[in-house]
Ligand binder design. Structure first.
Ligand code: AHR
Length: 509
């Protein structure tokens, strides 16, 4: 098959915000305990931070890290996780049916972020708690001193304020699985009041209201509309969550599914702007795609999610990612990049062990899952201005299955075989290209207008003859990028051949 991409240096969608390349650490399974934090591990420093994990995190390149949940945050008392570790209470966590020992908490997380050179993003509990606990946490973290909460932080050993800039007002409050699930009216009111007080304490913070926990929620659309009616003046962001699945075993539909992320983003932009229009406001609410990934094998399987006996940090949601998953994941990276004008923050859910790009063995090594590669490349080469790319490609029809409660949904998708994003900077341009044709290669002609003569600085492909191939402790690099041969440049025209079912990244300078 043949395809073409045309773009012009002057025609921009928008600049990528550094926070587009975020990830997520939840108190869930072995994400914290046995993931980023494992005192006694051979690579752990004196604070218990695993250095092997830190090194992989640096290579992965997340810029901001959401914490402490997720579903967990809706029952979390942040006060349990600060102060002398020996005095911290163990609690039942009703999100994941485990025991939370609280030996890792907000201050340890901030230290870990500093060690990883990542900005923290904190979520407050608007499930079992309300604006009061939220404003106290902002005061504890960000107020310099001279008040009970800020002096407590100092007493706990953190003299300098943490200066946390980005705050999530709860998590997935629209979902009945959430502790203290709320209607849009109930949530909108509490989020409005919490936001007001949090910002009175620190006017420099940015706030995200909870949008729908999925595009397939029955309340989707009306939820965003009403929540923003309440919170429009108090927040900068509305959140979105998406997890892709291949329950149907239909690879073509699975590969098409990131196109639904494009629709989701565009719909939430439209709803947010409609709320603005009703107010005659020129304020634009930005999108925080603060949970996204492939997740299905370890989802909705009670035996996998919940281990009996309230264990501490059991191995749950340890999804093993295949080559096929990495392709879908790459497609999602392209969707995020192509909406850089409105999606300003996004968090890959999650970071270590739990639906994660990095896996560890407790007491043993750490390695990269297949999805590690597209994220690391997007974070390294996707900084700059996303250009409007005119992609001409044949397309195929798919029907993507998405189960939700009693309501199984099938989405028809007309998916172009080539999905692409183009990001330019002062030195050149990066192309992110997904060939979704499972059988055929794609001959692609690229017209890069306004760049003059470009040379190939880097060209890689990620593919494997077995779409179910995975990386593991035994074979940690079974799936990894290899050099993409045959990229040829002639003035502003570049020609290349993309292999079937491949994720490709080309850097031209
Ligand atoms: O990321 C795993 C879970 O997925 C999060 O805790 C929750 O917010 C979402 O449903």
């Amino acid at each position: 098959r043949k395809a073409s991409i045309t773009f012009d240096r002057a025609f921009a969608i928008g600049d990528t915000d550094p926070r587009l390349f975020g990830a997520f650490v939840e108190h869930l399974g072995r994400c914290v305990y046995g993931g980023i934090y494992e005192p006694g591990h051979p690579s752990a420093d004196k604070r218990g931070f695993r250095k092997d994990v830190l090194d992989l995190v640096k290579e992965l390149g997340p810029t901001i890290m959401r914490y402490p949940g997720g579903n967990f945050v809706s029952g979390y008392n942040w006060e349990d996780g600060v102060g002398p570790v020996k005095d911290r209470p163990a609690r039942l966590d009703l999100a994941w049916f485990t025991t939370e020992p609280n030996s890792f908490g907000t201050n340890e997380f901030i230290d870990w972020c500093r060690a990883a050179k990542i900005d923290p993003m904190l979520a407050v509990n608007l499930g079992t708690r309300d604006g009061d606990a939220a404003r106290n946490l902002v005061e504890y973290c960000n107020h310099p001193g001279g008040t009970a909460w800020s002096d407590l932080r100092i007493k706990h050993g953190w003299k300098k304020p943490h200066g946390v800039k980005f705050w999530c007002l709860g998590n997935e409050v629209d979902g009945p699985w959430q502790m203290e699930h709320k209607t849009a009216t109930e949530y909108g009111r509490v989020a409005h009041e919490a936001a007001k007080m949090m910002r009175w304490i620190d006017p420099s913070i940015e706030l995200a209201a909870c949008g729908s926990s999925g595009r397939n929620m029955p309340t989707y659309g009306r939820w965003e509309d009403e929540v923003l009616e309440h919170t429009f003046d108090q927040v900068e962001f509305i959140s979105l969550h998406t997890y892709f699945n291949n329950y149907a075993g239909d690879t073509k539909a699975f590969l098409a599914s990131p196109d639904l992320m494009d629709q989701f983003i565009e719909e939430v932009v439209a709803i947010s702007d409609a709320v603005a229009a009703r107010r005659r406001s020129d304020k634009r609410i930005m999108l925080s795609f603060d949970e996204w990934n492939v997740w299905y094998r370890t989802r909705r399987v009670r035996a996998d999610r919940v281990k009996e006996g309230w264990p501490v940090a059991p191995p749950i949601l340890e999804e093993i990612y295949s080559m096929e998953d990495a392709l879908v994941f790459g497609g999602a990276c392209i969707s995020l990049l192509n909406h850089a004008d409105r999606v300003k923050t996004a968090c890959l859910a999650q970071l270590v062990n739990v639906i994660a790009p990095i896996m560890t063995e407790t007491g043993g090594p750490a390695w990269r899952q297949t999805i590690f590669w597209p994220f690391a490349q997007m974070s390294r080469l996707g900084r700059g201005t996303v250009l409007k790319a005119i992609v001409k490609s044949e397309s195929y029809q798919a029907s993507y299955f998405d189960p939700r409660g009693k309501q199984d949904l099938y989405y028809p998708i007309d998916a172009p075989y080539l999905k692409a994003s183009v990001v330019s900077d002062d030195k050149g341009v990066s192309l992110f290209l997904l060939n979704r044709d499972l059988e055929g290669s794609l001959d692609v002609t690229v017209n890069a207008r306004g760049f003059g003569k470009l040379k190939v600085a880097e060209a890689t492909e990620l593919r494997h003859k077995d779409l179910k191939a995975v990386n593991s402790k035994k074979e940690p690099l079974k799936v990894k990028p290899a050099s993409l041969k045959g990229v040829s440049t002639k003035s502003d025209e570049i020609t290349l051949e993309l292999q079937p079912a491949s994720w490709n990244v080309i850097r031209l300078e």
